[in-house]
Design a protein around this ligand. Structure first.
Ligand SMILES: Nc1ncnc2c1ncn2[C@@H]1O[C@H](COP(=O)(O)OP(=O)(O)OP(=O)(O)O)[C@@H](O)[C@H]1O
Length: 241
């Protein structure tokens, strides 16, 4: 049986004035897939991700996310996704619990749903006793793990992660990826940008963007075979040259 497609991108073009940031992108993502979005700085990843999240409109092309057209039904798209970025994740001057409650409200959870899921989450993260602590006092790794958990508290169809593990130590990155796997096993599709090539190896499929175009899209194993490379790092270097 065919897998359900939760993201479909056809001929996506995004221009800023005369500059083309996304140049005719075509791809799809299956439900429950961990889809890696790679590319050098300025390749156009964040631009495309913002369009997929309904935060920016395509110049042309057709983009469907969770069954809705991002150009005309952005609000429907936003209800069905979670988003987390390295640049912005949590409010530093609110406590762990206050952050959780804030995002649960934004994502439309009722107070009883929030209480049940929020307490479960705190226990799972071993943060129950720490729930009144200000987020500013947590390590970056803990902030990122908490931000990811908060982004999927409303059980979205898809979670978008923009460089979620930037600056985090290897052990915490590994733990973070265990959380990503668990979310995918529960049917949440994970769309993730990263600059860490070891993380590219953890994805089901990977695209590599170069200058606004998709230059490669396949499983890490196939890409390594195709480029006769020992690692995803070598595939990336071969393409980025
Ligand atoms: N609002 C904007 N107006 C004009 N140019 C923009 C705008 N947003 C992005 N760009 C340009 O589009 C290009 C792609 O940027 P984008 O942020 O999508 O790249 P990226 O692949 O996410 O890079 P990074 O890995 O550094 O986050 C860059 O040259 C950037 O300067």
């Amino acid at each position: 049986m065919d897998k359900k497609k939760v993201i479909t991108v056809e001929n996506l073009v995004k221009k800023f004035g005369h500059f083309t940031a996304n140049n005719n992108l075509n791809f799809h993502v299956d439900q429950g897939e961990i889809f890696g979005f790679l590319g050098a700085n300025g390749a156009g990843k964040t631009t495309a991700m913002r369009i997929l999240c309904g935060l920016s409109s395509p110049t042309s092309g057709k983009v469907e996310v969770a069954g809705f057209d991002v150009s005309h039904q952005a609000e429907e798209v936003k209800k069905r996704i979670g988003y987390m970025s390295q640049k912005f994740s949590l409010f530093e001057d609110l406590s762990i619990w206050e952050n959780m409650r804030f995002f649960a409200t934004v994502y439309g959870l009722s107070s009883s749903e929030f209480k049940a899921r929020g307490e479960d989450l705190l226990r799972k993260l071993n943060l129950y006793k720490e729930r009144k602590r200000l987020v500013s006092t947590l390590s970056l790794g803990w902030k990122q793990k908490l931000a990811f958990s908060v982004a999927i508290l409303h059980q979205p169809s898809i979670v978008f992660l923009d460089e979620p593990t930037g600056g985090v130590d290897p052990i915490t990155r590994r733990q973070f990826w265990e959380m990503i796997y668990e979310a995918a096993e529960n049917g949440i599709t994970v769309f993730v940008t990263t600059h860490y090539m070891d993380e590219a190896e953890y994805c089901d499929r990977v695209t590599i963007m170069v200058d606004g175009r998709i230059d490669a899209l396949d499983t890490p194993a196939e890409l390594k075979k195709q480029y006769n490379a020992a690692s995803m790092n070598d595939v990336f270097l071969a393409l980025a040259r």
